[in-house]
Design a protein around this ligand. Structure first.
Ligand code: UDP
Ligand code: MG
Length: 140
């Protein structure tokens, strides 16, 4: 069931490094329409809730500390085939393995501080969008 939206965050490393504008430009150039956006900060509790599926993984504590370490940009993006096309645009989780020209290849520091989030399924895109935005804040 495709819904043509995906959810993204520009993570604290990329915000701190001044890459918000460059990343949004790449997103627009790739044909995504921004239908919701906010500049915000996750508490450790909220970061843990967002990444709950990774709770048992060794990197979970580090991930929560990192994701709550500074402001982020959260956004909902609309495009045909949004989830898959956005994963292609951002590249592999580990920037060392990300294809040249992808957002993570260009802006990520390492596998943890990797510049951006992208939903991995249509179902999770809806869950993640509604984690951050009310219906009134989404302009579809
Ligand atoms: N992560 C990490 N170490 C790892 C794998 C993942 O710190 O070995 C972090 C990284 O920030 C990643 C997030 O956990 O983006 C979620 O992991 P996932 O496997 O879902 O990668 P993604 O979907 O973001 O590519
Ligand atoms: Mg993931």
């Amino acid at each position: 069931m495709a819904n043509n939206i995906t959810f993204t965050m520009i993570k604290p490393d990329a915000v701190a490094a001044g890459h918000i504008g460059a990343i949004l430009a790449q997103i627009n150039k790739a044909g995504f329409k921004i239908v919701a956006m906010k500049y915000t900060k996750l508490s450790a509790e909220k970061a843990g809730e967002f990444y709950d599926v990774h709770r048992e993984r060794g990197f979970f504590g580090e991930l929560v500390d990192f994701m709550s370490s500074g402001p982020i940009v959260a956004a909902v993006l609309e495009k045909d085939n949004a989830v898959e096309d956005f994963r292609t645009l951002i590249g592999a989780t580990d920037p060392a393995k990300a294809a040249p020209g992808t957002i993570r290849a260009l802006f990520a520091k390492n596998i943890g501080e990797n510049a951006v989030h992208g939903s991995d399924s249509d179902e999770n895109a809806l869950i993640e969008a509604s984690f951050h935005f009310s219906k009134m804040e989404m302009f579809r």
